[in-house]
Design a protein around this ligand. Sequence first.
Ligand SMILES: Nc1ncnc2c1ncn2[C@@H]1O[C@H](COP(=O)(O)OP(=O)(O)OP(=O)(O)O)[C@@H](O)[C@H]1O
Ligand SMILES: [Mg+2]
Length: 266
Amino acid sequence: MIRIRNLSKQFNMKDGPFQALEDVSLHVEREDIFGIIGMSGAGKSTLIRCINLLEQPTYGEILIDGKCVFRELKPEDAAQYAEPNSVRLNAAELLQLRREIGMIFQSHNLLMQRTVEENIAFPLEIAGVAKPKIRDRVNELLAMVNISEKAGSYPSQLSGGQRQRVSIARAMANTPKILLCDEPTSALDSLTTNQILDLLWDINQQFKVTIVMITHEIELVKKICRKVAVIDNTKIVDQGEVGQVLLNPSMEITRQLLRGRKEVGA
Ligand SMILES: Nc1ncnc2c1ncn2[C@@H]1O[C@H](COP(=O)(O)OP(=O)(O)OP(=O)(O)O)[C@@H](O)[C@H]1O
Ligand SMILES: [Mg+2]
């Protein structure tokens, strides 16, 4: 469903280029729940933002559901390939891609002047869905995340967990194929975290949505992910089945992430 090849990202800073991702390759299969774990500053958010092209990668290739949405080959690699060296989506294709990929952020990102139901309706309005259809879909989504009783409330009147449930409903509004989650539970207590993870699990099972979840908490990966990639200082250093990568860690960074959990739990 998501195939990333040799992706790199440089930010152009005043004092020269800053490398945030280097030669990242990933394969996320259809309907998978895929975890990306790493320390703060490793490049996790940059990577997930490259998947829906909120951030433009510098080099590499991204295929979503078999379609190339970004390609920029390094000049030295270009000669080996028969394909075009450079692929970009036009504005209409980019809009379509964003409909196919929902995203949930660490800080909920809800519109504070809109009620819960108006927040959930927002992506449907942008997509030009007819009003009666919007109403029906919003009701469905409110029920899906179990927050119908707060339909008329404003985000400021909700708990952190409730806000994240609204974010999930909003991200699912256009029935995306992929849901990207950037540390969706890092501001929540453990009980609420488990409720959100259960909800994401149910969404994956029921709607067959492929989920990519970024986290620095190894426990979350163990709870719901089938596969995991470990990112350390701009590079993917390990990836595979959760059992294989985490239970028998071959990389020092993975052992450090595991030790971090033990220290927190001690
Ligand atoms: N827009 C930007 N301009 C310049 N540098 C950036 C930008 N966004 C991120 N970076 C840098 O890229 C590196 C990776 O940042 P990123 O946000 O991807 O890390 P992260 O793994 O998500 O960290 P955290 O767990 O703290 O969220 C950091 O050094 C950061 O300062
Ligand atoms: Mg981040």
